[in-house]
Design a protein. Structure first.
Length: 202
């Protein structure tokens, strides 16, 4: 339900994996093949001389401007990494209900924090003997708030019973708030459980 750029993350991880696999494969090849080792020993000094020549040819006012280019590239890379980190896990919202009322009395806006609903649902679910743990989060979905309820059941518990109990708790919350909130109920199967994961959307 969040806005984490999963496709971009997979592409970046794939490219990083290919680079690391290539470096590791090259090092392994050099260590196992004597001819590859000799080739590398002949190539490395020449490459170092070429870099030194390049540094000497890129002099600007007595200093090499190649280091300025590398510094600028590093700054750009740092900014991109910060933007990429900030894009992870977006979509959370801190307000579950926000309505403006001007029918009689003093007009004003009433807002209900999402933390209230999350804590109430989590506490009620954890009192269920069939539930091992529960987590509740609020996301902004298509311009409106929506709840995501993740439940970890105990071993041997029936998922349909847990789903029915969670649905009843959500309906009670809707009745208390006076409005219906979209909810995704996710029941995660643990390693020791013998039933598959079940999702319910209401």
């Amino acid at each position: 339900m969040n806005r984490t750029p999963r496709t971009l993350n997979r592409i970046l991880l794939g490219l990083l994996g290919l680079v690391l696999a290539g470096v590791g494969g090259g090092l392994l090849w050099i260590s196992l093949d004597p001819r590859a080792a000799r080739t590398w020993q002949e190539f490395a000094p020449k490459a170092q001389e070429d870099l030194q020549d390049l540094g000497g040819q890129t002099q600007l006012s007595g200093q090499s401007w190649i280091w300025m280019v590398l510094s600028l590239a590093m700054i750009v890379a740092i900014v991109l990494l910060i933007l990429w980190a900030a894009a992870q896990g977006r979509g959370r919202t801190g307000t579950l209900v926000s309505e403006y009322d001007d029918d009689g009395g003093v007009p004003g806006r009433v807002a209900v924090s999402s933390a209230m609903a999350e804590q109430a649902l989590r506490s009620a679910l954890q009192e269920d003997p069939n539930v091992s743990s529960a987590a509740v989060s609020t996301y902004d979905v298509r311009g409106g708030p929506a709840l995501r309820v993740r439940i970890q059941p105990r071993q041997g518990a029936a998922p349909q019973v847990i789903a029915a109990d969670a649905t009843a708790l959500v309906e009670a919350l809707d009745a208390a708030l006076g409005r219906k909130t979209p909810v995704l109920i996710s029941i995660d199967a643990g390693r020791k459980l013998r039933f598959s994961r079940e999702d319910r959307v209401r």
